[in-house]
Design a protein around this ligand. Sequence first.
Ligand SMILES: [Fe+2]
Length: 234
Amino acid sequence: MSDNTHILLPVDLAKRFDLYGPVHKGIRRAQMHLLVRVGAHDFTDAAATENLLADLRRMLFLSAGHLAHEEQHIHDALAASGEAERLEEQHDGHEAAFAVLERLLNDIETAPATARIALGRQFYLEYSHFIGEDLLHMHEEETVAWPMLCARYSDADLMGIEQRIVGSIPPEKAMAFMALMMPALNPQERFGMLSGMKAGAPAEMFNAVMDTAVKPALAAAEFAALEQRLGLAA
Ligand SMILES: [Fe+2]
């Protein structure tokens, strides 16, 4: 990690269009929720374990996808700074961690019930280690890489990068990322993202996002407040 990672994001950058912030908030929230869930999980309950394994595999799939989006669409924009190489090295570490975590999930799935509790504890520790590294990595992206990108490119250029990322994600996966982000964002960020989509995307797509990804991910009161703010409330 860079020596600069303790530096707070300057206020003027915090106000700019934010490429990393929303998706990283979603990833932090989902991973930490899952870690807490694994810690409290009853590995002798076969049906609940099956659900947990499915949710963990789904999160690892989204995390791996997120790394790929950054590598394909952002790292070139950081060329010649040394930062892209540092981030890629960290991504390599994450990919190695994913392989270990996936192996442990397979072990939990195939182990006799009596061995699952110990394997579950091992997974808990490995996942907490990965999340610790990922928290530092995402902090570096937001406080070191992001100011570099803002110094090099306009908001319009950076929005172009985001549009290329969004355009490369299949609809079902895009919905999963929206569902990940929505409960992690504050009301202003949620409104900002969805008002932009309401203005720019076809109505059927916007409605599908609201019904499929946003509504199920928020508490009823949060969703009602968002609808109100978007001018959708009856
Ligand atoms: Fe990253």
